[in-house]
Design a protein around this ligand. Structure first.
Ligand SMILES: C[S@@+](CC[C@H](N)C(=O)[O-])C[C@H]1O[C@@H](n2cnc3c(N)ncnc32)[C@H](O)[C@@H]1O
Length: 268
């Protein structure tokens, strides 16, 4: 039996991120945190170069999907695994004069520091106008420091796939959402057909090579395609969301399925 009372067999059945060398949830989470900390200084540059800037469109589309929630008076919004904050800023931009409280959370201090600096820069440049102030919290998505039924919306862009246990991640999201609350998980997918074949060459060969050169770190950009391959297919992820408690769940492919948005809503 393990510390948490699970048998080894139960532990091995857990579906979640598994960076090379990690043997359990704790070591997987530690490896993920260290990996993002190691690439933090080059993370934004690499993101935009490797995605040909389409990442901006994906964040915008995701934020737009939640326009109604974002305009609600006193809406509480959590952007989980916020990294350097681009999804969080996209949400902030969609608030039209409301007083939504938007919080970005991540367990990598280095990524969060960059989000803070970018957020301060945006505020100083008055780009945000009357947009709500953002807050940043260092927190593990599997042990969120928030009460039950607290948020109207939880989002996560390209972060959820890195959790060491997807079901535990979904359970934590459901726990902190209010009744009727919504969730948006934006992540990579695996496009099919001819485009899929071409994309796979890019994603598995070209991207890790460029990523390694620009970041100066080898592991993370080999881990990326492996983690996408390991991530549940849309039908499985939707069934996991339903099992976690979402009354409604759907998947919308973005850019031919290179990425996609999982949307979930709890019963009111
Ligand atoms: C690929 S980055 C995505 C950052 C940002 N959301 C974006 O769209 O660019 C993944 C982020 O998830 C964070 N992360 C991974 N596992 C986490 C966990 N268990 N708790 C909190 N943050 C986590 C990492 O530190 C990293 O900053």
């Amino acid at each position: 039996m393990t510390e948490a009372g699970e048998t080894l067999a139960e532990k091995q059945r857990i579906v979640g991120s598994a960076p090379a060398g990690a043997s359990d949830r704790e070591s997987a989470a530690k490896a993920v945190r260290e990996m993002f900390t190691s690439i933090a200084p080059r993370y934004d540059l690499l993101n935009h170069v490797l995605s040909f800037n389409i990442d901006r469109l994906w964040w915008w589309r995701t934020a737009r999907r939640f326009d109604a929630v974002l305009q609600r008076p006193n809406a509480r919004v959590l952007d989980l695994c916020c990294g350097t904050g681009d999804m969080t800023f996209a949400l902030q931009r969609r608030v039209r004069g409301g007083n939504a409280k938007i919080l970005g959370a991540d367990f990598s201090h280095a990524m969060l520091q960059l989000a803070l600096v970018k957020g301060n820069g945006r505020a100083a440049a008055m780009e945000t106008g009357s947009a709500p102030a953002l807050r940043w919290v260092e927190a593990d998505a599997l042990r969120l420091p928030f009460p039950d039924r607290h948020f109207d919306l939880v989002t996560s862009a390209f972060g959820f796939r890195n959790l060491a246990d997807y079901d535990a991640g979904l359970a934590e999201i459901v726990r902190v959402l209010r009744p009727g609350g919504e969730c948006g998980i934006l992540d990579f997918g695996e496009p099919r057909g001819l485009l899929g074949a071409v994309y796979r060459v890019y994603f598995k060969k070209v991207l890790p090579a460029i990523g390694t050169v620009i970041s100066g770190v080898r592991g993370p950009y080999a881990y990326l395609p492996a983690s996408v391959e390991r991530f549940p297919a849309p039908h499985e992820m939707l069934s996991r969301m339903q099992q976690a408690g979402f009354a409604k769940a759907s998947w919308t492919p973005y850019t031919f399925g290179v990425a996609g948005l999982y949307w979930g809503k709890l019963n009111p």
